[in-house]
Design a binder for this molecule. Structure first.
Ligand code: GDD
Ligand code: MG
Length: 360
């Protein structure tokens, strides 16, 4: 059976102070007034039976997810008691889905993307399902045409075309290379960005984790074995927070592309406009720029004198942000926090949040 798991446990700290623990990025109205999670769910329409759509998130977000997607059945929310990154989230969801269906094929999609046209997204995922069903032990990724040497993404080098499909063998998977490496990759014309979406059999990824992250694999199977019993929450709480924190890209995709496991890595192109809404600079790409290159979201009131190339956001439509002589800065104003940062330090908002948390 085909399933889709939406990964929605990220903290979205680079969009602080708008993204907060009680209102994480996934549920903020960042997609033309809708949340990224709602948009991620709606774009799955027609792809699989809604009973087979799961949202995998950290426990603290379970309530916000339920509120945002009231149509989701209680058993379709998989809650992790702690954030242990995507290798463990993928392993847990795979073990849970496989307990009733050992042949389950699962697509994992993110909850932080804007994608258009959605038909092309669905066609690519559909093809991913077909490739896995036809080939058996394949790990399917989806490639996005890169536009610049972004250092916050994974890169996929495509190899030979696979006959009878629209897929290619992956010669190399490299997570978050440095800038010089990303530039080299782009120059070859053979690399795609990793979309952060995957399709595989649940059993394949569990076998792969047995080799690459054996402790997690064994523990996650223990959890799945008691999933339908009253022992579930206690077992999860005891086991999960102690798992090694690592993403699926580092734990699975990089070593699998080096032939270290009994599964092949394959890429299906996804010809879409795709944006990972990871930072203020990325989000601001969706805003209109004024003639001076200042970008504000539609509800932000601003008065900017002799100011260029700034990003200005407030969550209060009655609050005016005024600036003079300001160049290339981000200003985000919320009810309790105002954040100011040079555009070039946008990726360091994460560090700022850590500092604020330790100071306050
Ligand atoms: N359930 C759960 N638990 N979900 C998580 C966790 C976790 O511990 N950590 C992250 N997620 C979710 C996020 O909400 C997001 O939807 C997705 O998993 C990816 O996590 P990110 O933290 O946003 O990863 P990234 O953007 O740095 O990198 C990944 O995505 C890129 C594309 O957006 C990688 O797969 C890159 O290779 C890829 O290019
Ligand atoms: Mg991301």
């Amino acid at each position: 059976m085909r399933n889709v798991v939406i990964l929605a446990g990220g903290s979205g700290t680079r969009l602080w102070p708008m993204s907060r623990d009680d209102r994480p990025k996934q549920v903020l109205p960042l997609a033309a007034g809708q949340s990224l999670l709602r948009v991620a769910y709606n774009r799955l329409s027609g792809l699989v039976d809604p009973d087979n759509i799961y949202v995998c998130t950290v426990g603290a977000y379970t309530d916000v997810v339920r509120k945002e997607l009231p149509e989701l059945g209680a058993h379709n929310i998989i809650g992790e008691p702690a954030r242990r990154d995507t290798a463990n989230a993928v392993g847990l969801a795979s073990a849970v889905v496989a307990r009733n269906d050992p042949d389950a094929v699962v697509a994992f999609v993110g909850s932080d993307h804007l994608i258009s046209p959605e038909d092309e997204f669905r066609a690519a995922i559909e093809h991913g399902f077909e490739v896995v069903e036809a080939r058996g032990q394949s790990l399917v990724t989806f490639g996005i045409e890169p536009t610049h040497p972004h250092t916050g993404l994974g890169y996929i080098e495509r190899g030979a075309a696979i006959e009878g499909t629209n897929a290619f063998v992956v010669d190399r998977f490299r997570e978050k290379p440095d800038r010089a490496t990303a530039e080299e990759y782009l120059a070859t014309g053979r690399f795609w960005w990793n979309s952060g979406m995957f399709v595989w059999r649940a059993s394949t990824v569990l076998n792969v984790l047995d080799t690459l992250l054996p402790e997690s694999a064994a523990k996650l199977r223990e959890v799945a074995a008691v999933w339908d019993t009253p022992a579930r929450d206690a077992t999860l709480a005891e086991i999960y927070p102690n798992l090694r924190k690592i993403s699926v890209d580092y734990a699975v995709m990089e070593p699998a592309s080096q032939g270290k496991v009994d599964a092949d890595v394959v890429v299906v192109p996804m010809p879409v406009h795709w944006l990972d809404v990871g930072s203020w600079a990325a989000l601001a790409d969706t805003y209109e720029a004024d003639p001076d290159g200042n970008r504000t979201d539609s509800s932000t009131l601003s008065c900017l004198l002799d100011s260029h190339d700034n990003i200005i956001v407030t969550d209060d439509p009655d609050h005016l942000v005024a600036a003079v002589g300001l160049r290339s800065h981000i200003i985000v104003h919320t009810q309790d926090v105002t954040m100011v940062c040079p555009l070039s330090d946008g990726e360091r908002v994460k560090d700022l949040v850590a500092q604020v948390q330790s100071d306050h």
